[in-house]
Write a protein that binds this ligand. Structure first.
Ligand code: COS
Length: 383
């Protein structure tokens, strides 16, 4: 369907489509098999200025918005959401600085991330704080001119590969959600290390590790925003980034539909290509309806967020839920259309099905997202 993109938006699609077709698709199986971080592809993306997409021009970026980012991530997701996640996690890592950081932090950290010279990562989750994000245990205590961090973050995307980490820690436990603050931690800071790479069901091209803080000392001015505003920054960060996860879902679903439809045209059984059988046609039709309706909701949600930045939670969660549930369903059905071949790793749909699962889990499970939508509806209908 035609979404009447502007010339600039079409350019973003064209650049990311080319990188996906030429660099990601030919290499995705090997990256998955070797659990290999896609550094070369990310360097290609840096040369195409993609890391600056969301960063304002005054800090060396392209000055794009949520809709631009959705267009880029959809294309990358069509190729491999492991690569797409590594790319998206760098934006996730700098959102807290963009949203709440001081001018000094912006000037120091945004330009090298915009050029792709440095990668970023976002540290929230802990062993006992997943959906219950305000239950984190990591602490930060002010000691003279330094903050001292202690604790362990879990399942952090780009862990061990990033140079800039935005991390949330408790600065005053008595204040609940208002007692958390965010900080910038750099690779090489004393007392900071990353654990080994986790072994995962999918998105194996992305790196996932613990972040370990043992009396990690960082300068006082690395706090992001005011003390006590960390949880709010985290919530706004996730509201901003979830449409990107939704876009990875649209891309993955489109890729799975493409594979299923082209297989169904060439696979002959009972003397006919299987696309001639209504059972297969109906599956493909439902997949296409899912992809197109998810795309429409993601695009519209992104446009709403650009126009109404103070009213993003519901749109962000709605599109994340819908597009990632569609991605899981379409990838599963694509495996079914390919039958036994779909179950084999020489066809890409098996990887797509494994990869799709994380979309329903990370950046807030789809169950928590339904709570967010429900709470927003509760507020709307109280008016
Ligand atoms: N934007 C701005 N502020 C927000 C907000 C949002 N989207 N959501 C909540 N807040 C504010 C609330 O207004 C409240 O502020 P006050 O202290 O002034 O009242 C504060 O944050 C606490 O909110 P709430 O009481 O709703 O927090 P809960 O502890 O109940 O948690 C959920 C709310 C479950 C929605 C939150 O913990 C969450 O998003 N969990 C999922 C985390 C996640 O995505 N993890 C993935 C890790 S990153 S890959």
């Amino acid at each position: 369907m035609d979404y009447f993109l502007t010339e600039e938006q079409q350019m973003i699609v064209d650049i990311t489509r080319q990188i996906t077709d030429e660099k990601i698709i030919p290499n995705r199986a090997e990256l998955d098999e070797k659990h290999q971080f896609p550094r070369e592809i990310l360097n290609d993306m840096a040369r195409a200025d993609l890391f600056g997409l969301l960063i304002p021009e005054e800090y060396g970026g392209f000055g794009g918005n949520c809709f631009d980012s959705v267009l880029a991530l959809e294309q990358l997701g069509r190729g491999c959401i492991g690569v797409g996640t590594a790319f998206a996690a760098s934006s996730l890592g700098i959102y807290p600085i963009l949203i709440s950081g001081s001018e000094e932090l912006k000037k120091k950290y945004l330009p090298p991330v915009a050029t792709g010279e440095k990668f970023a990562a976002f540290g929230l989750t802990e062993a006992n704080a997943g959906s219950d994000a305000s239950g984190i245990q990591t602490t930060a205590v002010l000691d003279g001119d330094e903050w001292v961090l202690n604790g362990t973050k879990q399942w952090i995307t780009n862990g061990g590969e990033a140079q800039v980490y935005t991390v949330v820690a408790i600065t005053d436990r008595s204040k609940g959600a208002r007692g958390a603050s965010m900080f910038v931690v750099e690779e090489g800071d004393p007392g900071f290390s990353c654990g080994p790479k986790e072994k995962k069901m999918g998105i194996r091209a992305s790196s996932t590790t613990e972040l370990i803080f043992k009396d990690c000392r960082i300068p006082k001015d690395r706090i992001i925003g005011r003390q006590g505003t960390g949880f709010i920054t985290v919530m706004k960060t996730l509201d901003s980034s979830r449409p990107g996860i939704a876009a990875l879902g649209v891309g993955l679903a489109q890729g799975a539909l493409d594979e299923a439809a082209s297989y169904a045209k060439q696979r002959v059984q009972f003397g006919k290509p299987i696309i001639a059988f209504q059972a297969v046609q109906h599956m493909l039709a439902d997949m296409a309806i899912g992809v197109e309706s998810a795309r429409a909701l993601v695009y519209q949600s992104a446009k709403h967020i650009v126009a109404h930045p103070k009213d993003m939670s519901k749109a962000s969660s709605m599109c994340k839920i819908y597009a990632t549930d569609v991605a899981m369903k379409v990838a599963t059905d694509a495996v079914q259309v390919l039958g036994g071949y779909g179950f084999m790793s020489e066809y890409p749909v098996e990887k797509m099905m494994r990869d799709a699962k994380i979309l329903q889990i990370y950046e807030g499970t789809n169950q928590i997202q339904r709570n967010v939508v429900g709470q927003e509806l509760n507020k709307e209908y109280a008016k």
